[in-house]
Design a protein around this ligand. Structure first.
Ligand SMILES: CC(C)(COP(=O)(O)OP(=O)(O)OC[C@H]1O[C@@H](n2cnc3c(N)ncnc32)[C@H](O)[C@@H]1OP(=O)(O)O)[C@@H](O)C(=O)NCCC(=O)NCCSC(=O)C[C@](C)(O)C(=O)O
Ligand SMILES: [Mg+2]
Length: 356
């Protein structure tokens, strides 16, 4: 662990100054694409400006014999594209793989000025972030970068979950953490073969009304990921970084995907991954606060004046704490509306409608 006094010092001579705050930029959907897949890469220019984050994936889902093609594809897509307001991220191969060293060497030196965030998979503890942190500082210095690259960890091993607080606080580069439900399920020896989402066997059942155990008992499916997401959210909030739900693998089931994303949104996540174009609008809808919620929050803030004391609004008690909840919603809405005139208009229309 670095001394608190040295925490914000660059880790290599000539490396840029680390950030003190994670920059506020929308990241409702982290859209994955395989840069070595020509059909997918061809879609990137049309997605630029419409998605918050484009992520060139080099790790799992890219075949071993296509790793170099994916890396080279990302370099050429990054060089050829003006990303505008869309961020460019990458997911490099895992730290124990034969590819990660060349991933980092190539990407930082060739397109480091275009990349915003480097996602590191299968992070087990702070030691993995420390390794990447120093290496990135050396490469940034070599490439003459003036802005530091940020790091995003995937929470997808049992030890990663056990160490999530130290991972979140391991470096000023830490931008956020995503849940990786598939690798995590395997690491924990969970018995689901799905990529995220629920499982019909994970349920609670009401008690029997009488002697008959077999009829009249409702069951309720439970969320397999609740504990992990909630723990990740706390670790991220504690360290001022951002939590994300990860992938929802049943591309066809857009209904359950929306539910899973919304659970994460309500628990504190700021975004999720989209693996297929059909999931982009789901994430956009879910991770933008609803106009009616924004209108209500604005009204509470207005009626609470200096934010202290207690008042009744439409039969509901509001006080110093509930006004803080409302500020969370309004701050997010304002950040998103700043880059989206349609959303801004929807928020203003709903606010007008709710005026007492
Ligand atoms: C699911 C797949 C195979 C279906 O691919 P498909 O070709 O069968 O789908 P489609 O519906 O037929 O595609 C329609 C069109 O959209 C294109 N397309 C399709 N997807 C995309 C995309 N993402 N971005 C841009 N374009 C895309 C596709 O090329 C096609 O273009 P066309 O009309 O010109 O023929 C495909 O969408 C895909 O490969 N997506 C990315 C998968 C991925 O990145 N997986 C890794 C992340 S999840 C993970 O790693 C786990 C985790 C966290 O680590 C852990 O829990 O442990
Ligand atoms: Mg994984």
């Amino acid at each position: 662990m670095r001394s608190p006094k040295d925490f914000f010092a660059p880790l290599a001579v000539g490396a840029p100054q680390p950030v003190r705050q994670i920059p506020v930029r929308p990241s409702r959907m982290i859209h994955f694409f395989d840069p070595g897949n020509e059909k997918m890469a061809a879609k990137i220019p049309s997605l630029t400006g419409t998605v918050d984050v484009l992520l060139g994936n080099l790790e799992d889902a890219v075949r071993a014999d296509r790793k170099e093609a994916a890396r080279a594809g990302l370099v050429s897509v990054a060089r050829a594209t003006d990303f505008g307001r869309t961020q460019l991220w990458t997911r490099v191969n895992s730290l124990d793989s034969p590819w990660v060293l060349d991933d980092l060497l190539t990407l930082v030196t060739e397109i480091g000025d275009k990349l915003d965030v480097i996602m590191v998979p299968k992070v087990e503890g702070a030691q993995d972030i420390h390794y990447v942190d120093r290496l990135l500082a050396q490469l940034e210095a070599r490439a003459g970068l003036t802005e530091p690259l940020l790091v995003h960890a995937i929470l997808e091993t049992a030890s990663g979950v056990a160490n999530v607080e130290e991972i979140a606080g391991a470096s000023p580069r830490m931008q956020g953490i995503s849940l990786g439900p598939a690798d995590l399920a395997a690491s924990r020896r969970m018995k689901t073969t799905r990529v995220g989402g629920g499982h019909p066997g994970y349920l609670v059942r009401t008690d029997p009304a009488g002697e008959d155990l077999n009829s009249g008992r409702s069951t309720y499916q439970q969320d397999l990921w609740h504990y992990t997401v909630a723990r990740m959210v706390d670790a991220c909030a504690m360290h001022g970084i951002l939590p994300y739900y990860g992938p929802f693998g049943d591309i066809r089931d857009v209904v359950a995907c929306e539910d899973q994303f919304r659970n994460a949104f309500l628990l504190g996540c700021v975004g999720a991954w989209s693996l297929h174009p059909v999931q982009i609008d789901i994430a956009k809808k879910v991770f933008s606060p609803a106009p009616s919620d924004v209108a209500w929050a604005r009204r509470v803030i207005a009626e609470m004046g200096d934010g202290t004391g207690a008042v009744m609004i439409d039969g509901k008690m509001q006080d110093d704490a509930s006004v803080k909840q409302c500020r969370v919603v309004v701050e997010l809405a304002d950040e998103l509306a700043a880059g989206d005139p349609e959303l801004a208009a929807a928020y203003d229309a709903a606010t007008k409608e709710l005026q007492p």
